[in-house]
Ligand binder design. Structure first.
Ligand SMILES: Cc1cc2nc3c(=O)[nH]c(=O)nc-3n(C[C@H](O)[C@H](O)[C@H](O)COP(=O)(O)O)c2cc1C
Length: 210
């Protein structure tokens, strides 16, 4: 891989009980295997400590992911590809991820978020609980930022198993079922596809006459 096509990938996620974290790790690993430089970043928790402590799964996951670095605006500015992960919350992205998004007004105002590749994945409790509405809601922000949205579509065999062309999604059955092989393979494919589009863009920008 030459200098121009080594892309930088930020996987930025929120996860209360670990489902989205598993997808985020799989996306990060897949991007690394494509030769990308990767930052895996969690967004800051906003819920009060008492709320986290009152839910055993939430508290345990917070403890287990203490080592994960928190996302900062610099991670977005640095990245060529941003992969966002969030649980579905009443049909929408989690407030924690939205709050992080909202800290990036200064980057947006300078045009520093434009032309980056964006894609998103989610986890919800039920199969009709808002997978698509969550991903499409996040995409509203991608439009505002002038990003290059790269959905997985039905561009690979795995997509006919996972079944969500908007982005990888997982049904957790209220946290009972972690992401399985299909979801992990789907998010890995989604990450590889985003990297490959970013590499093509980088090659195009580096081409003579551009
Ligand atoms: C406040 C709140 C709202 C939620 N809203 C939805 C929802 O609209 N649809 C759904 O299917 N699941 C909903 N869930 C369940 C989570 O999306 C689901 O458990 C998900 O797998 C959690 O991902 P995580 O383990 O990464 O935190 C909600 C959970 C919480 C705490």
């Amino acid at each position: 891989m030459d200098f121009e096509t080594q892309v930088k990938v930020a996987v930025i996620y929120y996860s209360a009980t670990g489902s989205v974290f598993k997808l985020a790790k799989a996306a990060a690993t897949a991007a690394e295997k494509c030769g990308a430089e990767v930052r895996l970043r969690k967004v800051r928790e906003l819920a009060p400590d008492e709320a986290v402590a009152s839910n055993q799964g939430w508290a345990a996951h917070a403890e287990q992911t203490q080592h994960v670095v928190e996302a900062a605006p610099d991670d977005l500015e640095w990245a060529d590809v941003v992969l966002f992960g969030t649980p579905t919350r009443f049909g929408l992205p989690a407030a924690q991820l939205k709050q992080f998004i909202d800290t990036n007004g200064p980057l947006w105002a300078q045009g520093l978020l434009a032309d980056k590749v964006a894609s998103a994945f989610t986890s919800a409790s039920t199969s009709h609980g808002g997978h698509e509405s969550t991903l499409l809601a996040l995409a509203n922000t991608f439009y505002h930022w002038g990003m290059v949205i790269v959905p997985p579509g039905y561009t690979d065999e795995i997509q006919f198993q996972s079944g969500n062309p908007y982005g990888t999604s997982h049904t957790s059955n209220n946290g009972e079922d972690p992401p399985g092989d299909v979801e992990v393979d789907a998010v890995a494919y989604q990450a590889r596809r985003a990297v490959s589009v970013a590499q093509a863009l980088a090659r195009g920008r580096a081409a003579p006459g551009m």
